[in-house]
Write a protein that binds this ligand. Structure first.
Ligand SMILES: Cc1cc2nc3c(=O)[nH]c(=O)nc-3n(C[C@H](O)[C@H](O)[C@H](O)COP(=O)(O)O)c2cc1C
Length: 133
């Protein structure tokens, strides 16, 4: 299964398009703009402060999953708030999954993203896809 978050700039959505498997999108109540500058102000701060978001997608059943890939963007050197929140809220179930991959997408600097994740998860493969070389 693939669980992903993508903002209106759609980078992650385009990456996920080419991946095989059952896909579930994380949707949030809070507004994310299509303009980078607005997001940089609002969500850059929110990400640094690790503000939780409210999901509006159907609940995703993680029980008995053998493999899962979670993918989303980096915001201000951490996983974006939807990915932060999802990991925090589901850490117990996520830690039971044998083959857990976390993939983050960014322009080139994932910052302290893996430090954030390792506070909650123990056994996972971490990788980064950058938009530019
Ligand atoms: C609020 C905000 C903060 C960001 N912070 C970083 C960052 O710290 N490092 C980086 O390389 N890219 C950063 N980016 C760029 C995104 O990670 C990148 O464009 C990503 O591909 C966006 O995926 P999406 O279009 O699916 O939302 C940031 C973007 C936003 C909106």
């Amino acid at each position: 299964m693939i669980i992903y978050y993508s903002s209106p700039s759609n980078h992650v959505r385009n990456i996920v398009k080419d991946m095989d498997g059952e896909k579930r999108e994380l949707l949030i109540k809070e507004k994310v703009s299509k303009y980078f500058f607005i997001n940089a102000l609002k969500w850059g701060k929110a990400s640094k402060q690790e503000k939780e978001v409210t999901f509006i997608n159907d609940e995703i059943d993680l029980k008995n999953l053998k493999e899962l890939t979670i993918i989303g963007p980096v915001w201000a050197g951490k996983p974006c708030n939807p990915i932060q929140t999802f990991i925090k809220q589901n850490k117990d179930e996520l830690n039971k999954i044998k083959d857990l991959k976390i993939i983050l997408n960014c322009e080139g600097a994932d910052g302290k993203s893996n430090d954030f994740i390792s506070q909650y998860l123990v056994n996972y493969k971490y990788s980064v896809i950058t938009n530019k070389k």
